[in-house]
Ligand binder design. Structure first.
Ligand code: SIN
Length: 293
């Protein structure tokens, strides 16, 4: 699988409708993630369910999506239109996950991404055993590469416990991190910005937590797994920092929602300058090169 760059979209914003997927295909994004699909279509949570202040966001979307069968048709059309790698995101019980995996595999998805961490389904904080079960079901259903969208761990012990689970799986891409749940923002009128009150928190404010999670995965797995850093990427410098702590690709959520597909061009161009400034000949050379004091 070839990535023509390092930055692409995180599952969530602007990645459901055919025209949104086409816009990603036409952009500088080096791959395309499709919105997390579920076995049945979902309307999602009541609106307003997204808010940002230009730097940070909260969302309580609740996985609105047309269901996996329609999403499989969209993935198939996308693969006809574009040769970019497609990460097909989905969520569900082990049995549902297996059915969705088979359909997305058949539709031509390149990577099957199991969302283990949606903050708006009440399942964001899951048990190691349920991860094992879900991953096992997906592994049986496909031979294609697997990705896991991971929650934001706040302490090393908990993250290490789950590293043990991931080690037993053949998940290749660790997508870290999903937006931590329980966020709340106020709008300019002093109103709580979301109807369901709380939601996943994303944007510049979570970069440090994302870097912490990426660093620990890289420490644990070295080159055995590929880490996709997600959290607070608005610039080439942000992407560069994710590389330095161990990511080999980055996904962009809030900044893509706010700035549209131009964000991928900006990040790739700025990253090139950043790499040159610090004496790296390629993005690959910078992976895991953060200096420890
Ligand atoms: C959502 O609730 O739809 C967004 C969060 C996620 O994709 O995990």
């Amino acid at each position: 699988m070839h990535f023509n760059g390092i930055a692409f979209n995180a599952s969530g914003p602007r990645d459901t409708e055919p025209e949104e997927l086409k816009a990603l295909a036409d952009s500088r994004a080096c791959a395309i993630t499709t919105k997390t699909a579920t076995i049945k279509p979902r309307k999602g949570n009541p609106k307003p369910r997204y808010y940002d202040d230009g730097d940070n966001s909260v969302n309580s979307m609740g996985l609105p999506n047309p269901g996996y069968e329609e999403m499989a048709r969209r993935i198939k059309a996308l693969k006809h239109y574009s040769d970019k790698p497609v990460f097909a995101s989905f969520s569900g019980s082990p049995r549902e996950a297996a059915a969705i995996t088979s359909a997305f595999d058949e539709a031509g998805a390149d990577v099957l991404e199991l969302n283990l961490s949606c903050p708006n389904l009440g399942k964001g904080k899951t048990e190691a055993e349920s991860w094992l079960e879900g991953l096992g079901a997906v592994e049986e259903a496909t031979k294609k590469s697997l990705a896991a969208k991971l929650p934001c761990f706040l302490n090393a012990c908990e993250q290490e416990l789950f590293c043990g689970v991931l080690e037993q799986s053949r998940v290749k891409y660790l997508v870290a991190v999903n937006s931590p749940g329980g966020g709340l923002m106020l709008n300019q009128k002093n109103e709580i910005a979301l109807k369901p009150l709380h939601g996943g928190y994303g944007g510049k404010g979570i970069k440090a937590l994302a870097l912490g999670n990426v660093f620990r995965y890289h420490e644990y797995f070295g080159n055995k797994k590929k880490i996709i850093g997600v959290g607070g990427v608005f610039s080439g410098r942000d992407a560069f920092e994710h590389l330095l702590v161990g990511a080999s690709l980055v996904e962009i959520g809030t900044a893509y929602q706010i700035h549209g597909t131009g964000i991928f061009t900006r990040v790739e161009n700025e990253l090139k300058t950043e790499l040159e400034k610090h004496g790296f000949k390629s993005a690959g050379e910078a992976i895991g090169k953060a200096i420890q004091l």
